[in-house]
Design a binder for this molecule. Structure first.
Ligand code: ADP
Length: 539
């Protein structure tokens, strides 16, 4: 009926408002039912409705009492209210010719009284709250006010409902963000039924999107874990808290193809209106596990290599020990023979022969020294017995041995606080002897040596110490820093400074067998600092 319709644009606005509310043909909602029943009671009406009017019909969002829930728009009293946008009361509907065929009038028993208030939005009325009565009647002013009150209540409910929908829509946003997450995300209900998975989760487990929805979580677990997991989940539901699983131990997930993957899982409880939800984030740690395994293998290979190397070193030492020992006797024979010739046959030898024999004797003697050094070197570290050594005493003894050199060179030696360390005493003494000896020996002409000996704990528990011997001597160029620790390596011509070039090689081996290392820092023309560490050899 034309007189129940609004003009085109007003109607269009009104319908847009209605459709935005997403309220048409939706399931019953208790709050609206309550409005209808309360309205019926408070206004003493047998029938009450919250009704919405769309293009062709009046439709009850909630309904109390007998009577139709839906009527054509042209037979609808409410359509009149919507068109007018104000309360409409038909004291006796029979008096209104427009509604002769209205189902309200023809229902049994017929409903003869109608009063409806519009549910107003800024875009016009979307529906009404209304009451129907069996007898003609006129509402008091107060009753009309009550009816209006219910209309605004219904309006607020519809608005609230839309806000909730909006919130829900906003929730969709994080859901799509979840898909961008590189971590697998899973939402479960408290029975362990999967409600949601993100793309990464599906990928990790080899499922297609949505395939896991409504499946029990147990599907993703190895058989052995299923039962335990059911009880673990029950525990989680009983005392929900954020927690991490799989860190530090291997937790396995079962993929669709039946293979297993190592995973790490974080659990979070989330309280939804429908009950507890468990949100799990899952990371595939295959790479991490593979890297750890590779690291373990590398460590094993390294250990094997170190063992082989130390076995080779022992072999080499043994070889050096035997050859240097066995060389001593023939060397002695050569040396004795040349000396004997020089002593007993001197008058029968000409000058070149004497010179040759002298050279031979000197060379044999020198070679004797060298083999002795090789012999000594090979024996270093052989005796494993370590004792607690008071380093101060060791250094004092060394300085005593060097008294003549110290006095001759005018050296000043400063010794800092020294610890007690676990070491092989004779070897440790050899280290200080070589380093302090060198510090005095390799002095600059006309600069009296100043040598400082210091010790610092390396580890807080003082089980590892770093010693230093600092001098103000000639210094060493950086390119020689490594070379000088090799056997028989010297940087100067024989005449300039005496020595065989074994002292530092001895030091290096001694320090290594004390779980330490030795190195030098130096500036040519200014001085050198030799550092070495001693670890706890007993451990
Ligand atoms: P040696 O002292 O018998 O020559 P070392 O093994 O003790 O043998 O030293 C090797 C070389 O390192 C020395 O020949 C010397 O050139 C260099 N060197 C060692 N200590 C010092 C130092 N304190 N200052 C300068 N050069 C040094």
């Amino acid at each position: 009926m034309d007189d129940l319709l609004l003009d085109g644009s007003a109607e269009a606005r009104r319908l847009t408002a209605l459709s935005r509310m997403e309220v048409l043909d939706t399931p019953e909602e208790p709050a609206f039912n309550e409005i209808s029943s309360t309205m019926a009671r408070s206004l003493r009406a047998p029938v009450a409705q919250v009704s919405l009017v769309d293009t062709s019909r009046q439709w009850a969002k909630s309904h109390f009492g007998p009577g139709p829930r839906e009527v054509p728009r042209k037979e609808s009293f409410c359509a009149d209210v919507v068109r007018r946008g104000q309360i409409v009361e038909l004291a006796d509907v029979r008096a209104d010719a427009r509604f002769v065929n209205s189902p309200w009038r023809t229902t049994d028993p017929p409903l003869l009284h109608y009063a409806g208030a519009p549910i107003m939005t800024p875009d016009g009325a979307v529906g009404t709250v209304c009451i129907y009565g069996l007898k003609p009647r006129q509402l008091t002013m107060a009753e009309r006010a009550v009816l209006s009150g219910f209309a605004s209540l219904a309006r607020r409910l519809l608005d609230g409902r839309r806000d909730n929908k909006e919130k829900h829509r906003q929730l969709q946003f994080p859901l799509s963000v979840l898909d961008a997450s590189p971590a697998g995300i899973l939402v479960l209900d408290e029975r362990g039924i999967i409600l949601l998975t993100n793309a990464a989760f599906d990928r990790i487990f080899g499922y297609s999107p949505g395939e896991l929805i409504n499946e029990p979580l147990e599907r993703l677990l190895p058989d052995a874990l299923r039962e335990t997991h059911v009880s673990l989940r029950a525990q989680f539901v009983a005392a929900p808290e954020t927690r991490r699983m799989g860190a530090g131990r291997e937790l396995l997930g079962r993929k669709k193809d039946g293979t297993f993957i190592p995973i790490e899982v974080g659990l979070n409880p989330m309280y939804a209106t429908e009950g507890l939800r468990i949100v799990a984030s899952v990371i595939d740690i295959s790479d991490r596990v593979a890297a750890a395994e590779a690291e373990r293998q590398a460590q094993r290979a390294l250990r094997r290599y170190a063992d082989e190397l130390s076995a080779k070193n022992v072999e080499l030492d043994q070889f050096a020990y035997l050859t240097s020992h066995d060389l001593q006797a023939p060397l002695r024979t050569i040396s004795n023979a040349s000396r004997m010739l020089l002593e007993d046959y001197l008058d029968r030898l000409d000058q070149p022969a004497i010179r040759a024999l002298e050279l031979q004797s000197a060379a044999a003697e020198r070679m004797g020294h060298l083999t002795t050094q090789v012999f000594e070197h090979s024996r270093l570290g052989r005796d494993p017995a370590c004792t607690l050594v008071d380093v101060r005493t060791t250094v004092t003894d060394v300085l005593e041995d060097l008294t003549a050199t110290i006095e001759a060179s005018g050296a000043r030696i400063e010794v800092g606080a020294m610890p007690k360390v676990n070491a092989r005493p004779v070897e440790l003494r050899m280290v200080f002897q070589n380093l302090i000896g060198n510090a005095i020996k390799f002095r600059r002409p006309d600069v009296p040596p100043v040598v400082r000996v210091t010790a610092h704990p390396e580890a807080p528990d003082k089980r590892r110490w770093r010693f230093a011997v600092v001098d103000n001597g000639i210094g060493i160029r950086a390119e020689h820093f490594d070379r000088i620790f090799e056997l028989f390596q010297r940087l100067h011509a024989k005449g300039a400074f005496g020595g065989l070039g074994v002292g530092l090689a001895h030091c290096k081996k001694i320090v290594a067998t004390h779980n330490g290392r030795i190195w030098v820092e130096s500036t040519p023309g200014k001085g050198s600092t030799f550092h070495f560490t001693i670890g706890d050899v007993s451990s």
